[in-house]
Every structure is written in C-alpha cells, then in structure tokens.
Design a protein around this ligand. Structure first.
Ligand code: CP
Ligand code: NVA
Length: 321
C-alpha cells in the first residue's frame, strides 16, 4: 500500500512531523547529546525519582517482532515516569499488511504522544516517522538498533568512567547492532574493530557514513576475530542470525563458528576486558555459557541499562531533560 498524496496528508495530519524529534538512528543524536543522555541515565539509575514528569503521556509500542527487553523496558520506563504504554502486537497492527504505515502513523498520532516501533524493514519506521505527528523511536529495524547501543554505551561509560580511547571489538554478523555501534563509536572517541565472516560484513554505505569525518582508522574491519579482539577493552557479539533470518541459521553456522565469543577468544583482549551481548543469546553458538556466566560478562547490565537510558531518551523527546 502506498502512502496518500501530500495533498491528502494536509487534510488529515494534525501537525507536520518535521516539527517532532525522531530517534530512528543513533546518528540522530550528536555525540554531545549522547553523553548528556548517559549522564542523565546514570542519575536516573542512581536516584530513582518519585516525580512523574510524563504524567498523562502515552507511548504506543508498535512491534512487528518479538521482544523481551525492549518491550518491558519501554513499558516500565513510561510507568516509572508517570506515563502509560500501549503494546500493539503484529496481530493487532499488521503494519503494511492490514494497514499502511501512513494510516497507522496518522491514527496513532491522534491517541498517543510517542511511537516506539520495532519493524522488519527500516523503511517502515521511516514511513511511520514521516506521517506521525508525534516522535517516533526506532526500537529495532533491519538497519539499526539505536536504543540498544545507548544502553551499551552506558554500560561501558559506567564501568570505565569515559568512552574516549576505549577499544571495542565487535565479532560476528555485520547486522543492525554492528551498524549502530559503528555510527556511534567514532564521534565518542571509541576505536571500533569489527570482525565478520566473508559475506556477512556490515553495509558498506553505513560504514562510509560512520567513518565520514572520523579520524582514519577509527573503525577497522578484520576477517580474523583474534586480530580484532587483541588488546580490546570490551568484546561484543550478537546472534549469527537475526529475527527474520531463522531459516538461514544452519547454513550460516559454519562461516561463523570461529567467531564464537569463548574464553579463548576473550583471552586475546585486555585483562579485565568486558564481554558484551545485546541478548537474546543463543548460548554456546555465538557466545559460550562460560563467557555469558563468567566474571567478564556485562550482558545483564546492558539489559538493565535499556531501562535507564530509555527513560533519559523519553524525557529528552518530551523536553523534560
Ligand atoms: N536486546 C533486545 O532488543 O532484546 P529484545 O529483542 O528482547 O527486545
Ligand atoms: N540482531 C538481532 C538483535 C536482537 C536484539 C536481531 O535483529 O534480531
């Protein structure tokens, strides 16, 4: 279904979406804004406020894919800030099937104050943002997972006190998580080394965007995971097959095997290096039990930090930061 012509849009849209602030990509926030959000999130984590700055506000959660962390952390974030969240499953909305994104965006904008959308195609969250008159937050698309990366940055920041100068290695699939990491890292002074199997590299155009304006070598690509991990402060991995790619799991496994985050690979990193994963993990595929449950693992901090940093993000979008 294609969106209606702009002439029709003018009759129905309550206000142009260009006046709202969307968060579709981690690149929608400047490095300074990210650092400000991280400080605010740390404050919110340490001193849980009893104030309700979002009283009367509602978030519409439009999810085309399953979720544990994203759904719960956004729902709890809204609740703790005094607002409310309405979860809409794929069965209810059928984005692009039961109803075009343009109509979903326009209708929901009449009920809710912010949209949080988890979609297959990035173009769907872009379409929602184009036609919504309220802010739209990307809660994961095939291109990016920007909220996750804010939580990961918060985890690094609270553990190390600074992001500047950190060496972060990402091993595995060049997917949405890798893209958001790459788009955020250089501006914050993080050196990112990415190791992917042949044919599973991050998108070239996104990597060019990430590298643009950054010092040469801010992001390096490797084929050998050990080279990428050598001397790193933190080692990050994600599933070898993302949601929607389950049918490729078996075919992909051989190419990814040597990219497993196990104790041997982690031993190449700095002593005390952190092991990171956005979850859900396929234990003993991309990450071993030993690493997930070991002393280096910060995976549950990453998960917890989704809540704190999304509270900071929501406050920012509502002008209450
Ligand atoms: N990390 C993450 O986004 O988890 P969910 O898919 O459970 O939301
Ligand atoms: N890359 C994974 C992240 C899940 C949080 C996916 O898109 O399924």
């Amino acid at each position: 279904m294609s969106p209606a012509a702009p002439g029709n849009a003018a009759q129905t849209a309550p206000s142009p979406s260009s006046l709202t602030r969307n968060y579709l990509s981690v690149a929608d926030l400047s490095p300074e804004e990210i650092l400000h959000l991280l400080d605010r999130a740390l404050e919110l984590k340490r001193f849980r406020t009893t104030e309700h700055p979002l009283a009367g506000r509602t978030a519409g959660l439009v999810f085309q894919k399953p979720s544990l962390r994203t759904r719960v952390s956004f729902e709890v974030a809204m609740l703790q800030l005094g607002g409310h969240a309405v979860y809409l499953s794929p069965a209810e909305v059928g984005l692009g099937q039961r109803e075009a994104a343009v109509d979903v965006a326009r209708v929901l904008s009449r009920y809710v104050d912010v949209l949080v959308a988890r979609v297959f195609l990035h173009s769907d969250v872009v379409a929602l943002a184009e036609y919504a008159s309220v802010p739209v937050i990307n809660a994961l698309s095939d291109r990016e997972h920007p909220c996750q990366i804010l939580a990961d940055l918060l985890t690094l920041y609270e553990r190390r006190g600074t992001l500047r100068g950190l060496h972060l290695a990402y091993v595995g699939d060049g997917n949405n998580v890798a893209h958001s990491l790459a788009l955020a890292a250089p501006g914050l002074g993080i050196h990112l080394r990415v190791a992917c199997p042949d044919g599973y590299e991050p998108d070239g155009a996104i990597m060019d965007q990430a590298q643009a304006g950054a010092p040469t070598g801010a992001i390096e690509l490797f084929r050998d995971p050990r080279e990428a991990v050598r001397g790193a402060d933190a080692v990050y991995t994600d599933t070898w097959y993302s949601m929607g790619q389950e049918s490729e799991a078996e075919a992909r496994a051989p190419a990814f095997r040597r990219f497993q985050l196990n104790s041997e690979l982690l031993a190449e990193a700095k002593p005390g290096a952190m092991a990171m994963h956005c979850l859900p993990a396929h234990r003993n595929q991309e990450i071993t039990d030993e690493v997930m449950d070991g002393g280096a693992s910060v995976v549950y901090d990453q998960a917890e930090n989704r809540l704190h940093v999304q509270k900071a993000l929501l406050l920012k979008l509502f002008g209450r930061d």
